[in-house]
Design a binder for this molecule. Structure first.
Ligand SMILES: *Cc1c(COP(=O)(O)O)cnc(C)c1O
Length: 407
């Protein structure tokens, strides 16, 4: 099999039946049918058939799914219109009323909403546990447990789940395991190596990589992906032809982008960690990360995601400073999302204020002085200089207000 960098460029070419070097965009909802009715029946019923009707499949979607399945080392994959479409469709292909799911306290906010507010209304129970505690997974197993759902590193605080442990636990008890691999990207982590059955991405993030599309992907065995496809026909979240094409284009530079992002983030994390205004930096590449050893064991690289907790005499001061830093950063853009070429920064407590109760924020570690950073591919000197000038403004304000802090 070709190396990763090569397959990112050439995988799935068989779905491009034209002579164009770059696959065309099939901007169509439907396809001319064969006059032969038995061929037509095949086109209408075969899973992911690429040239029948858009909700069933699209040549670019087949190509892009092949590239990603190869990255995640699974037999097959299905691309959908958003990460949440991938997550909800993938889960609904596994559980039914009366079943039980084990999930983590810390998940992407939409995933938490799906578990807490949606599935419970359809008779599916979810137990949320501390992902850093392996025993908690074992203890949560019930006779009707059908799925263990993990996210590692988790959003936003970068807690790590022991993938080898969860993979083995699932195999032992015949429970499917599913991992949201968005934060790591397949360049930095491949959960299949640790026995995880199903891998999910918000392809809106690193896989697309340019903040210009939304997409999601589910990777797994052929039979399972066929089930997800069946569900997707009725749930209806097909990826648009243009977004599919953009995703294919974005993927070609995935390895290059992620390597540069890893390097930039590691340098920035070290610099931030040494600054007086920063109480703590959560970054999987720093030895101070509480699960540094585990991250080293299961990750091939780090990630561009990091969180910094701004220092202050109390939460209110930390909050005011975080706000000031956000408004003074010039290179970092204050915007939701992550994984693009441009560096972004957000205040998670504000972004998810409406979604999470105060106690939920507490268990997910979302404090008022917390900033989440997605590092891009700009020059790292400019990224550091940007934080430096924003920090300097906070220091000046503190001096003006006569706060004798240790800045
Ligand atoms: C963004 C994100 C999602 C949701 O993806 P969308 O494409 O926005 O629907 C799911 N999981 C994680 C970890 C994410 O960061």
């Amino acid at each position: 099999m070709a190396k990763l960098e090569t397959s990112l460029i050439h995988e799935g070419q068989e779905f491009n039946t034209s002579k164009a070097v770059v696959s065309p965009i099939y901007q169509t909802s439907t396809y001319l049918a064969d006059a032969d009715l038995s061929t037509y029946i095949h086109a209408a019923t075969a899973p992911k058939y690429p040239e029948f009707y858009h909700r069933h499949g699209n040549p670019t979607s087949s190509q892009v799914a092949k590239v990603i399945a190869n990255l995640e080392r699974t037999d097959d994959a299905l691309v959908l219109s958003t990460g949440m479409a991938a997550i909800s469709t993938a889960i609904l292909a596994v559980v039914k009323a009366g079943d039980h799911i084990i999930a983590q306290h810390a998940h992407y906010s939409g995933t938490t909403l799906f578990f807490k507010n949606f599935l419970s209304e359809y008779g599916i129970e979810v137990t949320q546990i501390d992902q850093t505690d392996n025993n908690a997974f074992t203890e949560a197993i019930r006779p009707n447990t059908k799925l263990i759902y993990v996210e590692t590193p988790s959003n936003p605080n970068l807690d790590i789940t022991d993938l080898a442990f969860v993979g083995a636990l699932g195999k032992k008890h015949n429970i499917l395991t599913m991992a949201d691999n968005t934060f790591a990207s397949p360049i930095n982590q491949t959960p299949r190596e640790f026995g995880i059955d199903i891998i999910i991405h918000s392809a809106t993030k690193y896989l697309g990589g340019h903040s210009d599309l939304t997409a999601g992907v589910v990777c797994g065995d052929k039979d399972y992906i066929e089930k997800v496809w069946q569900r997707s026909l009725v749930l209806g979240a097909a990826l648009s032809p243009f977004d599919s094409w953009l995703l294919l284009r974005g993927l070609k530079t995935l390895a290059l982008r992620v390597r540069q992002i890893n390097e930039n983030a590691a340098t920035l994390a070290l610099w931030l960690d040494q600054h007086d205004l920063v109480k703590n930096v959560a970054y999987v590449g720093l030895p101070s990360h509480p699960q540094y050893e585990l991250a080293q064991k299961q990750m091939k690289g780090t990630t561009g995601m990091l969180c910094l907790e701004i220092a202050g005499v109390d939460e209110e001061e930390a909050y005011k400073r975080a706000q000031s830093i956000l408004s003074n950063l010039r290179v970092f853009i204050n915007a939701a999302s992550l994984g693009g070429v441009e560096s972004l920064v957000v205040h998670p407590a504000s972004m998810w204020g409406a979604h999470h109760s105060d106690s939920q924020k507490q268990t997910s570690g979302i404090t008022k002085g917390l900033l989440r950073v997605s590092v891009g591919i700009e020059h790292v000197d400019d990224l550091i200089a940007d934080f430096k000038q924003a920090f300097e403004k906070v220091r000046l304000t503190s001096l003006e207000e006569g706060i004798p802090s240790a800045l």
